[in-house]
Design a protein around this ligand. Structure first.
Ligand code: SAH
Length: 252
């Protein structure tokens, strides 16, 4: 059996209870060493076989998994944040299905939510934005034609950009080209929830210089949108005059 587990954004106590239980019981752990906090591995049982997938190819990962399965062992494949975002899990699942190796998935706290928490931010604010665009800039990995950053920028919705911290100048240029006003609030969150986390608030117009000054390029999330600063309306949910399935509204 293989358990795909989301490790959370960094702080070792942000893994889920289920994920931690799988990790504790595992015979073999393959963890994404480039981003997963190694402190999490302290909870593994004695004798647990640990592999860092940062140094491995897909075939090598699969052969470790297959060998473990043949020996009746349980494998945890530990991914950073939530496995469903930029986790390259689908190709592993396809291979496991083909080899008839059973697996399941335990979600994790994405760094996207770790970053929002560190900024005390809410992505979906009434009267500001009710949508969140999760995307990345094209780099060595292509982005489909219809998903160019400048096209998304036109929506004015809240945005979270993964895997783009090394190209802040291109991010800034794309956002501006898409009609995003330069004074639009932005933030760079480096290593969200890690002890050396840095939260840098700026604007779209100062993104590139802010990143350069801080000298950060890896493990960075770029958040963009008016949700980061400025006014918003109150939600209907707690409005005394608004009736919900759980509460009768009353005239004020
Ligand atoms: N599945 C992961 C994302 C993996 S892709 C998740 O849900 O968070 C790797 C990218 O995620 C990095 O380039 C960076 O953009 C972002 N990232 C991962 N952990 C981060 C953290 N603690 N702080 C800021 N960005 C992070």
């Amino acid at each position: 059996m293989v358990h795909f587990v989301g490790a959370g954004p960094g702080a070792p106590d942000l893994i889920t209870l289920r994920g931690a239980a799988h990790l504790k019981a595992a015979d073999v752990v393959i963890y994404a060493g480039s981003l997963v906090n190694p402190l999490l591995l302290q909870n593994c049982r004695e004798g647990c076989e640990i592999h860092n997938s940062a140094h491995m190819t897909l075939d090598e990962i699969l052969s470790v998994t297959e060998e473990a399965e043949a020996a009746g062992k349980t494998t945890v494949r530990l991914h950073t944040g939530d496995p469903s975002l930029y986790g390259a899990v689908r190709e592993q699942m396809d291979a496991l299905r083909e080899k008839k190796i059973p697996f399941d998935v335990t979600p994790g706290v994405s760094s996207l939510f770790g970053a929002a928490a560190s900024l005390n931010a809410e992505f979906t604010l009434p009267g500001v934005s009710q949508s969140l665009i999760i995307t990345r800039l094209a780099g060595r990995t292509e982005v489909p034609e219809g998903e160019k950053l400048r096209d998304f920028a036109r929506h004015g919705a809240s945005m979270a950009l993964f895997l783009s911290g090394g190209m802040p100048d291109r991010v800034q240029a794309e956002l501006l080209a898409g009609g995003c006003p330069p004074e639009t609030p932005a933030a760079l969150v480096y290593k969200a929830t890690w002890p050396d986390e840095k939260c840098l608030r700026c604007t779209v117009g100062t993104l590139a210089e802010t990143a350069a000054e801080a000298g950060i390029s890896k493990t960075v999330l770029i958040l963009v949108g008016d949700f980061l600063d400025g006014p918003c309306e109150k939600s209907r949910l707690y409005d005394p005059s608004f009736t919900t399935a759980f509460r009768e509204g009353r005239a004020e």
